[in-house]
Design a protein around this ligand. Structure first.
Ligand code: NDP
Ligand code: OXD
Length: 308
């Protein structure tokens, strides 16, 4: 019985140590070494190998190394094999840090002050208190909920939008397409923390931006495919959006000639908002293996119909 890991080999070496300590009965291999393919029962990957079902005929579970699974071609994973996305405490903590940093930067006009510094301009802007700033998070899942729970502690007015109904103390919850406009109209700082699916691809578009308050700030920490990049540039030009913080882009790494690089209204980071940490990820995976053996529901099981 073996476990195949196919992702960053440096972090993979730590996964191997942890498996050796905590699950020595499982033979652990790091791609491209697979051991006997017929022995592979579990796979953890950022992108699964080609011909998955043919190559590993006895596969029982596919784990995503990341929280998102849009990089998986689910049609290539047979229906009887569960796909599990990553839910682990350090991934959540990293996202809470990044989102808090970005919201505070937007709230305190950090991007504009940084542009002013480069121009040699000393010009204070009016300050807004946290309790009159409205934060909206697209996605009320594991990450969106953790982020909003933290942001509430600053006194911000917090709201979230999801597909199904949610109820969270102190957070205004909106659900479904019909409520999207009302949610946007009260979001001075909008964070995208959605999974990328056919229903959410291109959601950050001209059509969505026009429902935001004038001068809203956009923070995209979901996926590059959520954003229509030319629509963002137009919205920045018209002032509909005053600044954007982008951790993800359509093409990563962002091409050198892309206009985002030198736009003073945009702050870019290279898809580092949060990362899976081996120690907590292996604990989550081993917990799911125990669940699998006991026949109890897996944590983070992907719903193939909805694609997340
Ligand atoms: P979850 O699956 O826990 O949550 C997804 C949320 O999005 C749910 O609230 C869901 O609604 C909502 N949603 C999905 N589809 C729609 C839709 N069509 N309309 C409205 N709401 C929708 O995911 P996580 O919180 O764990 O992760 C979210 C995403 O964050 C990942 O998929 C990944 O893309 C991104 N990510 C980015 C990282 C980075 O470094 N930049 C790091 C980690 C993750 P409902 O609750 O009703 O199901
Ligand atoms: C993830 C990511 O989905 O790092 O976990 O983007």
């Amino acid at each position: 019985m073996s476990f195949l890991y196919k992702s960053d080999p440096i972090r993979g070496a730590r996964w191997a140590e942890l498996f050796a300590e905590q699950a020595p009965e499982i033979d652990f291999n790091i791609w491209p070494s697979t051991g006997d393919p017929k022995e592979v029962r579990y796979l953890a990957a950022w992108e699964p190998p080609e011909n998955l079902a043919e190559t590993f005929p006895n596969l029982e579970i596919v784990f995503s190394i990341g929280a998102g699974i849009d990089q998986f071609d689910l049609s290539r994973v047979p229906d009887n094999i569960p796909v599990v996305r990553m839910i682990e405490s350090n991934l959540v903590a990293g996202m809470v840090e990044y989102a808090t940093l970005s919201v505070l930067a937007a709230h305190r006009d950090w991007i504009r002050y940084s542009a002013q510094q480069r121009q040699g301009t000393w010009k204070p802007m009016p300050s807004v208190t946290a309790n009159s700033r409205r934060i909206g998070v697209l996605g009320l899942g594991v990450l969106g909920t953790a982020v909003l729970t933290k942001l509430q502690t600053f006194g911000f007015q917090c709201a979230g939008w999801s597909r199904s109904e949610h109820s969270l103390p102190g957070i205004e919850c909106f659900a479904g397409k019909d409520s999207l406009q009302s949610f946007l109209a009260r979001s001075d700082i909008l964070l995208c923390m959605l999974p990328l699916t056919p229903a959410t691809r291109g959601i950050l578009s001209r059509d969505l931006f026009q429902h935001l308050p004038d001068g809203a700030v956009l923070i995209n920490i979901g996926r590059g495919g959520h954003l229509i990049e030319t629509d963002l540039l137009d919205a920045l030009e018209s002032g509909q959006i005053s600044a954007a913080i982008l951790d993800v882009c359509n093409i990563e790494p962002l091409p050198q000639d892309h206009p985002f690089w030198h736009d003073p209204r945009i702050m870019l980071t290279p898809h580092i908002a949060s990362m899976t940490h081996p120690d907590t990820a292996v604990a989550a995976v081993l917990d799911n293996l125990r669940r699998h053996h006991k026949g109890i529901p897996l944590n983070g099981l992907v719903d193939r119909e909805h694609g997340y």
